[in-house]
Design a protein around this ligand. Structure first.
Ligand code: GDP
Length: 195
């Protein structure tokens, strides 16, 4: 996949702000600070298009990045930030649910986790939620530059067990910092939008 152009097309707080056409979309979910914005920046080869925020948990919007005017990468609001209120958590769930329920052109929703840590209860809930929408269940194990390659297998085993994943191929170690497996991810994205 060659990135010819990329732009932040829409920051949507509500359904009526979503782009109206039916370009294929791939959405990314994950804990605040897990590196979703950095992931999108790395994939599209831009330093700062998807803003990496210093205030985790403050994003309450669905951000649509248009790539090559052919498809979109969609950054869903992050979860699991301890300091948010119950109302804010419910609001978060509503934002994600509205998106998942109303996007016929959504081809995959992919979970991003931190390769260093056992997935949290929130990660598990998000993953089960993704599966309940019949998505394949791809997981990106991010920040892989922070551990040695020899630990990949052990850490992926932990992720598989926690999320009840049987197929190891569903989990891709990744690093936006060191661009680990960036080509595999781009290829995967290309395959998904060709479904
Ligand atoms: P988001 O809240 O999920 O969008 O997370 P960000 O993309 O803003 O990243 C949160 C923090 O993790 C930032 O300080 C990033 O620089 C850092 N980060 C993101 N991805 C990686 C990675 O692959 N490796 C390392 N070492 N740091 C990362």
């Amino acid at each position: 996949m060659k990135i010819k152009s990329s732009r932040l097309e829409t920051i949507a707080a509500t359904l009526n702000q979503y782009p109206v056409d039916d370009l294929p979309e791939i959405a990314f979910a994950g804990r605040s600070n897990v590196g979703k914005s950095s992931f999108i920046n790395a994939v599209i080869n831009r330093k700062n298009l998807a803003r990496t925020s210093s205030k985790p948990g403050k994003t309450r919007t669905v951000n649509f990045y248009n790539i090559n005017e052919e498809f979109r990468l969609v950054d869903l609001p992050g979860y699991g930030y301890a300091a948010v209120s119950k109302t804010e958590k419910e609001n978060w769930a509503k934002i994600i649910e509205t998106y998942l329920n109303n996007r016929k052109n959504l081809y995959e929703t992919i979970l991003i986790v931190d390769i260093r840590h056992k997935p949290t209860e929130n990660d598990k809930q998000m993953y089960d939620w993704i599966l309940s929408y019949d998505f394949t269940g791809f997981v990106i194990a991010n920040k892989a530059d922070k551990i040695s390659k020899s630990k990949f297998k052990t850490n992926i085993d932990i992720i598989m067990k926690a999320l009840n994943i049987k197929d190891r191929d569903l989990i891709i170690p990744f690093s936006s910092e060191k661009k680990i497996n960036i080509d595999i991810i781009r290829e995967q994205i290309e395959n998904i939008i060709k479904y």
